[in-house]
Design a protein around this ligand. Sequence first.
Ligand code: GCB
Length: 608
Amino acid sequence: MSKIKISILFIIVLFSELTAQENLIINTYNRATKSLNGQWNYIVDPYENGFYNYRYEPFENQAEPGSGAFFLNSKPKDKTDLVEYDFDLTDSITVPSDWNTQKENLYYYEGTVWYKKSFNYVKTNQSNRVFVYFEAANYQSDVYFNGKKLGTHIGGFTPFNFEVTDLLKESDNFLVVKVDNKRKKEAVPTLNTDWFNYGGITRDVKLVETSANFIQDYFVQLNPANNQQIKGFVKLNGKEISEKEILISIPALKIKTKVITNKEGVATIEINSKKIKYWSTSDPYLYDVVFNVNGNELKDQIGFRTIKTSGQEIHLNDQKIFLKGISIHEESPIRGGRGYSVEDAQQLLNWAKELGCNYVRLAHYPHNEHMVRLADKMGMLVWEENPVYWTISWGNKDTYKNAENQLTEVINRDKNRASVIIWSMANETPTSEARNIFLTNLASHTRAIDPTRLISAALEQTDYQGNPGIRTIHDDFADVVDILSFNQYVGWYDGLPEKCGQISWKITQNKPVLISEFGAGAKVGLHGDKLTRWTEEFQEDVYVQTLKMLEGIEQLQGFSPWVLVDFKSPRRVLPKIQDGYNRKGLISEDGQKKKAFFVLKNFYDSKN
Ligand code: GCB
């Protein structure tokens, strides 16, 4: 066995015990919930004074934390008592939303902000259980409820929940969250990215009320090996979960079936039907799937399709498909800042549709659940991406664990969405043995938990045998992926647009090729000749030349140019042109379409 194989094995064994948040409740959209969105009190705490005492020991580790601990939401007991903070006298901030675009003085703030929400809550049934569920908060969240620590979550783009049943009162509950968006070298992503590090509780927060034993999770997808079989599992959470009967029905298929749980509360599902109408981009048909346990019902809207590669082709429902895509960052096209609402998702996907897309790359981190649910309804195929970007600390085992955890959380959340066809492990990561092991382990983990989708990563291209006129993909991870994707910027970072005409491609892997990025920057409304940087004409020419160049790649099965809309990035400082924005959008941040938009639209509209 080679050295690399031994170390891969070692890492697999080492990490097999480290799992993601095991109790993630999926499909909160169709459950009994109470929103905790709205106004929250907040304290900006750059010194983390509310977390550490003056000896720099966390208050939460002290037997008597004292009234300085912010999670206690302390109030003076009498007029002599010293308490140096008061959540209820502070300013308020809207949840969901980043703090940077809500509060002018927090625009570039990276650090800790404490959030507090007080509320009353009466359960509909005494025996029910209650969980607090966060769709996302960036980056680390320490969550406390009625003065007790519930737990910590790491990662800015995936959901997490904690049970509060035993701490919940009918009135005067207080939920305190310490959110810290400090960038760290060993984090995922790391210190260096080309996007804005929005901080805060950026997505919805809700209470989820469930029965004592409830359906926490399920996986219901078409069997990739048999398109007349719906396959997966359903999992209960509670004290009495073994040997339980769960009814599954799909009324439109006249299916009613029973499964029985094992000791872990899990039952496998295998439902055969010859009448399944397949979900597709032209007919995104979703079935109501209904689970029933002890009279408690949970519904979802699920599409059934297969996605596979065959040699150098991508097949949706056994038919070849060309992916007409665009890359998207999750910024609100309506108000700026981190996107969070259904309307934000709607606007972004409507633009993609107008561009003629059947596919979107959701870069560079998991987007809101609204996005993929909407994509399901609109028939838009989706690439979802883990924020393993550029120079991750490949040799650090906690970094690996963190990356695997974030990936597991998005897979858990979206594994029933027909639109999602690709899990992307990483973006533009420099090759090395440690990186290859890291990404290979992520890929094996992904295949183990979701065998129904394809794996990819945005790789980089290089000169073929030292010849800059011929480009190739020379990367060991290319052997692991199902779809060979890479970013390339000939005409922008790499010569001028005419250079596209001088490049040929020699791709040796027998796999479908999906170009994950190409593009050029342009300031909307800036016009000139096509050799003048930042003009719409320059960007337009890069698109014209690139599209011609890509015709020379035999295995090409689609692309997702960079990027739908101009987005904020602190790296982009050129006055009067960038002003803090990456200008490679086909649409400006205020919604104006640039000339290149129409070049791509014409290409997509004329392509089957
Ligand atoms: C890339 C990165 C993307 C950047 C883009 C650019 O290759 O993947 O995150 O924003 O280039 O504009 O340079």
